[in-house]
Ligand binder design. Structure first.
Ligand SMILES: NC(=O)c1ccc[n+]([C@@H]2O[C@H](COP(=O)([O-])OP(=O)(O)OC[C@H]3O[C@@H](n4cnc5c(N)ncnc54)[C@H](O)[C@@H]3O)[C@@H](O)[C@H]2O)c1
Length: 480
């Protein structure tokens, strides 16, 4: 890998890069070792930025080096947004930053245009240093507040009593006032822990990062006047509502009463709350949505979109970005990938007795690049004032379901390899059918998923094949 970058801080400071990179595809899947960085200095590179039009605006992407975040950062750059990534690398690698930059550079080279700016701070978004970062992305200007005299209004207390006993007007001088404006015009918040199984074992870890972290963060954003917020939510917020066997519409989980028109044309009232959330992870997403809905209700100057992802799969077609977590993968396709690479001997299929065409569970698999573009659509709709209320939820899915067996077969066909499976019982809390109703996102965000399951398989294989044994033979010792 060839990197050519300049850091904006010294060696002992957190990573803070504006970089340009060239990277060969062979570098994929050779993650960096974990960095241990002490955050002992003020990282605000430019705390008082007196700027005008020359000061570019940024979208801040928190958790931007993870699976969905990295694809979204690339799509943001392709759409000409400057991006500031905050990530503590707890479940990602810094090499992803170089790959994003390489892909963006390649894209803009073909257009003969300059590449938008990409900044990175390796930081826990709960760190007190976030305040310094936000300060460094602020513009300060002095403006003259019109005096009471010039506006012709005098509260009694503003009149000055003179020695002569005659009330005189205060001096008619405008009051200079310092105004702070943020160059961060929107935030996309991906940073969260996401393992359902781990959340059951370690609920506090999940509530502290996913819920408490977000609450503190929102307070800080409010202080800096940053009120355009996109939140990574999940279909898990539908709880047992997902068992209804039809595509899930957003009104199945609301946080304040909502009136909507049902498919039969009748007006109905959606009642706040949801039944049957099965894990602390799922509850953390529901709680975050509720908190966001309350904030937006109390202060409608916020624009908050909660995007409920269905099953994100696939990766960038280059094979340079993909799902490469530090933690053990638990989602279907990354698990299949570990079977393909030989790290795991067999794919467990949980439940073959669901009421579905082949007995395995049906999910709405959405290509991660489509999903990433959904975030750009949400920002654009918010900027254009197309979002109906200050808090709005959207399903991001395809509206089509595929069974686990179909996914398995699709990856076998694409890779030309046998992927051993073992049929095991249903997992607690699983549902048989979980597919999105997508009309709201189509109508209001002007967004629709375009890629197919086959596209997902081709891209995943492209990302994975470099690590696979050379033959399709099942390695010795595998049980299935
Ligand atoms: N992948 C899915 O199947 C899925 C489905 C529904 C919702 N989501 C949600 O989407 C978001 C992104 O998911 P993902 O699959 O990209 O996960 P991911 O783990 O790949 O990415 C999350 C990123 O956030 C970072 N992070 C975590 N805590 C942090 C903190 N305190 N400070 C700074 N950085 C932190 C991690 O290092 C990682 O890079 C999460 O909120 C997740 O709950 C994911």
């Amino acid at each position: 890998m060839e990197c050519d970058f300049s850091t904006s801080t010294g060696a002992s400071s957190p990573s803070s890069f504006s970089l340009s990179v060239t990277e060969s595809p062979q570098a994929v899947n050779t993650p960096d070792t974990q960095r241990s960085v002490l955050f002992d200095e003020d990282i605000a590179a430019d705390p008082l930025d007196i700027g005008g039009d020359a000061s570019p605006s940024f979208i801040m992407v928190v958790g931007g080096l993870g699976y969905i975040g990295s694809h979204t950062v690339l799509e943001l750059m392709r759409a000409n947004y400057n991006v500031l990534i905050i990530d503590d690398l707890s479940n990602s690698y810094e090499s992803v930053l170089h790959r994003i930059r390489a892909l963006a550079t390649e894209h803009f080279a073909t257009l003969s245009k300059s590449v938008p700016t990409l900044h990175f701070q390796q930081l826990d978004y709960r760190s007190p240093l976030m305040r310094s970062i936000l300060a460094s992305y602020s513009i300060y200007s002095v403006y003259s507040k019109p005096s009471a005299a010039s506006t012709g209004r005098f509260p009694y207390s503003a009149l000055q009593r003179t020695d002569s006993g005659i009330d005189m007007e205060p001096e008619d001088t405008p009051e200079p006032t310092l105004r702070r404006e943020s160059r961060i015009t929107g935030v996309i918040h991906f940073a969260a822990y996401k393992s359902v199984e781990e959340s059951i074992r370690m609920p506090l870890k999940y509530y502290m990062n996913n819920v408490c972290g977000m609450v503190e963060f929102l307070g800080l954003l409010e202080e800096f006047g940053i009120k355009n917020f996109v939140f990574s939510s999940s279909a898990t917020v539908y709880g047992e509502g997902a068992n209804c066997g039809v595509p899930l519409r957003e009104e199945l989980c609301v946080h304040h009463p909502e009136t909507f028109c049902d498919d039969d044309g009748f007006e109905r009232q959606a009642v706040p709350g949801v039944m049957g959330l099965t894990s602390p992870y799922g509850r953390s997403k529901f709680m975050c949505e509720s908190i966001l809905a309350d904030i937006a209700r109390s202060d409608p100057s916020w624009s908050i979109t909660a995007l409920r992802y269905f099953n994100p799969v696939g990766c960038h077609e280059s094979g340079l970005l993909g799902e490469d977590p530090r933690q053990k993968p638990s989602n279907l396709i990354p698990v299949i990938a570990t079977v393909l690479t030989g790290t795991k001997p067999v794919l467990d299929i949980f439940g073959t007795d669901w009421n579905t065409p082949d007995g395995t569970a049906v999910r709405d698999f959405i290509h991660v690049v489509d999903l990433a573009q959904g975030h750009i659509a949400a920002l654009a709709a918010s900027a254009a004032g197309r979002i109906k209320s200050s808090f709005r939820t959207y399903n991001l899915g395809t509206g089509r379901g595929h069974t686990v067996r179909e996914v398995h077969q699709s990856l076998q066909t694409t890779s030309g390899r046998t992927i051993p499976v073992r049929e095991v019982g249903r997992r607690a809390g699983d549902v048989g059918f979980c597919v999105a109703e997508v009309r709201r996102a189509e109508n209001e965000l002007a967004w629709r998923a375009k890629k197919t399951l086959k596209d997902c398989s081709v891209d995943v294989w492209n990302f994975t094949k470099g690590q696979c044994p050379t033959t399709g033979e099942v390695p010795d010792g595998m049980e299935y």
